[in-house]
Design a protein around this ligand. Structure first.
Ligand SMILES: Cc1cc2nc3c(=O)[nH]c(=O)nc-3n(C[C@H](O)[C@H](O)[C@H](O)COP(=O)(O)O)c2cc1C
Length: 342
């Protein structure tokens, strides 16, 4: 199977719910929420893509980085690449019923596993998301990370316990889903919670807890204070609040604020290996890809997801060679040309 064919099949199956655009930049689907797009004007999704596109790389070839190494670890698990699969829920609600939810999640989890990466699973107002994640993560020896909604302490801790028994390496929670409308409608409150509540909740979970949806340095410090083991700099793919900056824009100040205290990951608009290199140069340990991975799962299942991840990995290696970075640790600000204000 080839990526072009996978994208063609996905386009057919989505029936317009996602156009599988050559540039997945949030323009065609602006405001389609529920759907695949960004909320409101779609500006937050577009800002992710645009803020990455503005960054330019320094081409360097007088060096000895002939065979760049991209292997890394994720809370004790070895990964073949610093490129992970973001949690994307809702075949019925968001993706035009393009595929059976179980088949889709199997593609996301097992495709990532085959490529030596890892997928984050979901939680939501209907029990299916959590239950399916639980079942598939058990089947895959805990090769995945559940992303729980920021539910009240007792519920959160109980759900985390069930997941701990599957052998997952960490638990995530999309704190930026606080106030999400379909959770409210289903009578299931989900945050926001003050730092003291997170401190207590996190202290009751045995595994490392990752807070997803941090967009300011001040909140990153609060996450560290709460005992989080990691944060994902994310605006939820532009789906929760209109007019936020792009994640590549805020990443450097956030990484600088909490460096060494917790792991910093990022998502939003990452569409190639060069984008991965840019995010790492801006301070991320690893990155997540969202929408393109869902399209790969819909168009090619397990094989599609593995193929796209391997494609990004190869591009990352090439980008490292051309910027003179032999290892992930070598990727830093010197790979980037400073942005000048016009
Ligand atoms: C259709 C759709 C469903 C999503 N569902 C979830 C979810 O259940 N939990 C979550 O933490 N993030 C969810 N996200 C956000 C993604 O995890 C991720 O933050 C975002 O898509 C990254 O941006 P990108 O798609 O531009 O790569 C969803 C995004 C989309 C597009």
């Amino acid at each position: 199977m080839e990526l072009r064919e996978i994208r063609r099949i996905a386009r057919e199956r989505f029936k317009g719910a996602c156009r599988v655009c050559p540039n997945c930049n949030g323009r065609a689907c602006a405001g389609e929420m529920p759907g695949i797009g960004g909320v409101g004007t779609g500006s937050s999704f577009m800002a992710n893509f645009d803020s990455l596109a503005r960054i330019k790389l320094n081409l360097r070839t007088i060096h000895d980085a002939v065979a760049p190494k991209i292997e890394t670890t994720f809370y004790g698990r070895p990964l073949r690449m610093p490129i992970l699969v973001a949690p994307l829920a809702g075949m019925a609600l968001n993706m035009g019923n393009a595929m059976d939810e179980r088949e889709y999640m199997t593609g996301m989890i097992e495709g990532a596993k085959a490529a030596g990466s890892i997928t984050f699973t979901c939680d939501g107002p209907i029990p299916l998301f959590f239950q399916l994640g639980l079942e598939l993560l058990k089947k895959n020896q805990g090769w995945g990370v559940p992303t729980l909604k920021p539910r009240p302490e007792e519920t959160f801790v109980e759900m985390a316990r069930q997941m701990e028994q599957c052998g997952v390496p960490a638990i995530a929670t999309d704190i930026d889903a606080a106030g999400i409308v379909h959770m409210k409608r289903a009578g299931q409150p989900a945050g926001p919670w003050p730092v003291a509540v997170w401190k207590k909740t996190i202290s009751r979970v045995k595994l490392p807890v990752i807070l997803k949806g941090v967009m300011t340095a001040a909140e990153a410090k609060l996450a560290a204070e709460a005992g989080a083991a990691g944060i994902i700099v994310s605006n939820h793919g532009g789906r929760v609040l209109d007019h936020t900056p792009g994640t590549a824009e805020v990443l450097p100040e956030i990484a600088a604020a909490v460096k060494g205290r917790l792991k910093v990951f990022v998502d939003g608009g990452v569409r190639s290996g060069t984008d991965v290199l840019k995010m790492i140069a801006l301070g991320a340990e690893a990155v997540f890809v969202g929408r393109p991975m869902a399209a790969a799962a819909v168009g090619g299942g397990v094989e599609g997801v593995a193929l796209l991840l391997n494609h990004y990995a190869e591009q990352l290696g090439t980008a490292m060679l051309y910027t003179g970075c032999g290892t992930l640790a070598d990727i830093g600000p010197s790979a980037l040309r400073p942005i000048r204000n016009e």
